[in-house]
Design a protein. Structure first.
Length: 320
C-alpha cells in the first residue's frame, strides 16, 4: 500500500498516461478509425483518409468533410485526402465528359468550402483535385490550406502515366512550378502525387526545399503496384530523412474499369519505419498518427546525406 496520497495520485497519473498511449479504434459511418501513440518532443498529429467511391461528387465531398471533422475530434492538426478525392478514378477510360470534374483552384467551390472547414477546425488540409486553367488545359493538382483557412498554394503532378487503366495523359498536362514546400501551422509540407513516387528526383527536390512531411495521395491498383507500395515511400523517407504520408483509395469502381484499389495507407518516419499500423487493404479508413518531428533532426545529424551529396557529379540526371 502507498504511504501517502501523493504517491497514489502519482500512480494514478502514470496509469492515465499509459491508457492514453494505447491505440484506440472506433467506427463512424463505415470508417474504421485508428489512432496512434503519443510521441516525444514536437509532435504533430496527422491524418489520412482512404475511402471508396460514393457514387457522386457531392457525396464524396460530404464524406471527406465528415472525416475531417472526425480527425479534428481525434486531435489531428493536418490531413491529406486521396488523389482526385471528390471523384471516381475516371482515368481507367478516355472520355472527355470527365473534364467536367475540373474546378478552378483556388477560386472553385471545393477549395472555398474546405478553406472554411480548415479555419473552423484549425487544421491544415491538403486537397488533391482536378484543376482547370482554361478549356483544354487541366492539371492533377493538390491545394494546400493552412490552419487559419488561408490558401497557401498548389502542387501540380509532374509525372503523367499513360498505360492500361491509367490513361492520364488524356486528362492532365505535366505539372509546372517545380516542387514547392509550404510553410504551414504544423511545419514544412510538400506534396508528391501518385505516379510521381516512382521518380526519386522529386522526393530529393522536396527535401532540398525543406520538407518535413511529404504527402503522396494516390490511386493505384492491386495487380500493378502492390508489391512496391510498402517499399518505395519508406525508401524515399530514409533517403531524404522526412515523414511520408502515403494514401491510396479502396475498392473497384466497376462503372469505370477493373482497377482494384488496395488502400494500405500509412505514415512512415525518417528511419523508414511505419508509424502505427498500415491501413486496411479493402475498407475505408481514417488513420490518425502522432509524428515526432524532433526525429527529423536526429536522423539528419546521424546521416548527413544533404552534406555529402554531389550535384556536380550527376550531370547524367538532367539528360534525356
Amino acid at each position: 500500500m502507498h504511504q501517502n496520497r501523493s504517491q497514489c495520485d502519482g500512480c494514478a497519473t502514470k496509469a492515465a498516461r499509459t491508457c492514453r498511449r494505447r491505440r484506440s479504434a472506433t467506427t463512424l459511418e463505415g470508417l474504421h478509425i485508428k489512432q496512434g501513440e503519443y510521441g516525444m518532443g514536437r509532435v504533430v498529429k496527422a491524418a489520412l483518409l482512404q475511402t471508396d467511391w460514393a457514387g457522386s461528387k457531392d457525396k464524396m465531398i460530404d464524406k471527406h468533410e465528415v472525416a475531417a471533422r472526425e480527425a479534428a475530434k481525434q486531435g489531428a492538426q493536418v490531413m491529406c485526402f486521396q488523389e482526385l478525392f471528390y471523384g471516381p478514378y475516371f482515368c481507367q477510360v478516355q472520355d472527355a465528359k470527365y473534364y467536367d470534374y475540373t474546378e478552378q483552384i483556388p477560386d472553385g467551390p471545393t477549395t472555398k468550402r474546405f478553406q472554411s472547414i480548415a479555419k473552423e477546425l484549425g487544421m491544415v488540409l491538403v486537397l488533391p483535385m482536378y484543376e482547370i486553367v482554361q478549356p483544354g488545359l487541366y492539371y492533377n493538382t493538390a491545394a494546400v490550406i493552412d490552419a487559419d483557412g488561408r490558401y497557401l498554394g498548389k502542387y501540380r503532378k509532374q509525372h503523367i502515366p499513360q498505360v492500361k487503366g491509367f490513361w492520364e495523359k488524356f486528362y492532365f498536362a505535366p505539372g509546372t512550378d517545380g516542387y514547392p514546400v509550404f510553410e504551414t501551422a504544423v511545419g514544412k509540407v510538400g506534396v508528391y502525387i501518385c505516379y510521381d513516387r516512382h521518380f526519386p528526383e522529386g522526393w530529393r527536390a522536396l527535401g532540398l526545399n525543406g520538407a518535413e512531411i511529404v504527402f503522396n495521395p494516390s490511386a493505384t491498383s492491386r495487380g500493378l503496384s502492390e508489391y512496391i507500395w510498402r517499399l518505395e515511400q519508406p525508401a524515399s523517407a530514409v533517403a531524404n530523412m522526412y515523414y511520408v504520408g502515403a494514401i491510396n483509395r479502396v475498392g473497384i469502381e466497376s462503372e469505370y474499369g477493373d482497377d482494384d484499389f488496395y488502400g494500405q495507407s500509412y505514415f512512415v518516419d525518417p528511419e523508414g519505419k511505419f508509424v502505427g499500423e498500415v491501413g486496411d487493404a479493402h475498407k475505408p479508413e481514417l488513420i490518425v498518427r502522432d509524428l515526432d518531428m524532433d526525429k527529423i533532426k536526429m536522423v539528419r545529424d546521424r546521416w548527413a546525406f544533404y552534406r555529402d551529396r554531389r550535384p556536380d557529379a550527376y550531370p547524367e540526371l538532367v539528360r534525356r
